[in-house]
Write a protein that binds this ligand. Structure first.
Ligand SMILES: Nc1ncnc2c1ncn2[C@@H]1O[C@H](COP(=O)(O)OP(=O)(O)OP(=O)(O)O)[C@@H](O)[C@H]1O
Ligand SMILES: [Mg+2]
Length: 281
């Protein structure tokens, strides 16, 4: 492990993390995005989105309001987009995620991601789950870690007799659970999920929702969803984003954030009320 890796290895030791009045110990990621640009386009502004430890935070809002952009800022997935830049900060357990000594590949071991479309690699079920472990030169027992991850992702019983079959041979819902197993294999502390159920049928969706609720005992989850019922069912906190068209562009911003029940039953902002009532989408 090089010096960079060591620098980023600190965050998992939650108790050792320095906390400040501005960032209480209950916050896993303090994300404050003043401005996010793609080239000259201002995609998101004025969004302070703290992600609480051990909770599920749902991001909701109309298409194009910046939900995925904000989510991708949390583990530097936007670094892969050349024209991306931002003003603000993202602090993960008190560490600046964008500090020059932070290796994004190491960071993503701590802040894993599950995408909208299940995307198993073209390799066996076992190798899919082992992928990140091998990449990170896992020193423990690989078989045990793969089994543990598949059990946590509620997939083990369905695949234990066919671990050498291709990950692509599984059903859509199973593939998504495989991707979750792959994401949790490296023992991240945070899981980012960008509409993880939108390609799934209702039965597979409920399965993943149940799994999210189980997983939050061990992981902090940030979840982008288009489905307001899903946010109500699983999210503890909800962040509602809107789109500002007043300056001729379409810029996303955080309208309000709070306990899910408050956002859905007693929102502070009119815009939130209208969105929840389905007056626009
Ligand atoms: N790679 C990119 N390059 C340029 N503009 C982008 C890029 N990704 C997103 N955008 C723009 O940034 C804005 C926010 O997009 P984003 O994908 O974050 O929205 P979203 O809320 O996730 O939308 P949806 O609900 O449709 O997934 C949009 O105007 C989008 O066109
Ligand atoms: Mg999106």
């Amino acid at each position: 492990m090089n010096a960079t890796a060591e620098a980023m290895a600190i965050p998992t030791a939650v108790n050792a993390v320095p906390t400040t009045a501005a960032m209480p110990a209950s916050i896993a990621i303090d994300c404050k995005l003043d401005k996010v640009f793609y080239g000259d386009f201002l995609a998101v502004r004025d969004s302070h989105v703290p992600i609480e430890k051990g909770k599920i935070t749902g991001f909701i809002g109309p298409s194009g309001c910046g939900k995925s952009t904000v989510l991708r800022c949390l583990n530097r997935m936007n670094d892969l987009i050349k024209i991306f830049r931002f003003q603000g900060h993202v602090h993960f357990h008190g560490q600046d995620v964008y500090a020059r000594n932070v290796d994004p590949v190491i960071l993503r071991r701590y802040i894993g991601m599950v995408f909208q479309q299940p995307n198993p690699f073209t390799m066996s079920i076992f190798d899919n789950v082992a992928f990140g472990l091998r990449l990170n030169r896992f020193k423990g027992n690989l078989q045990e870690q793969v089994e543990k991850s598949l059990r946590r992702a509620a997939l083990w019983d369905e695949v234990k007799d066919k671990l050498n079959n291709s990950g692509l041979s599984l059903s859509g819902g199973q593939q998504q659970r495989l991707c979750i197993a792959r994401a949790i294999a490296t023992e991240p502390s945070i899981l980012l999920m960008d509409e993880p159920c939108s390609a799934l049928d209702p039965v597979a969706t409920r399965r993943i929702e149940e799994l999210m609720i189980e997983l939050k005992a061990k992981y902090t989850i940030a979840l982008v969803t288009h489905n307001m019922q899903q946010a109500m069912r699983v999210a503890d906190k909800t962040a509602f984003f809107g789109v500002d068209i007043s300056k001729g562009g379409r810029t996303g911003y955080l309208v309000e954030m709070g306990d899910t029940q408050q956002i859905f039953e007693n929102p502070k902002e009119d815009l939130t009320k209208k969105y929840i009532r389905g007056e626009f989408s």
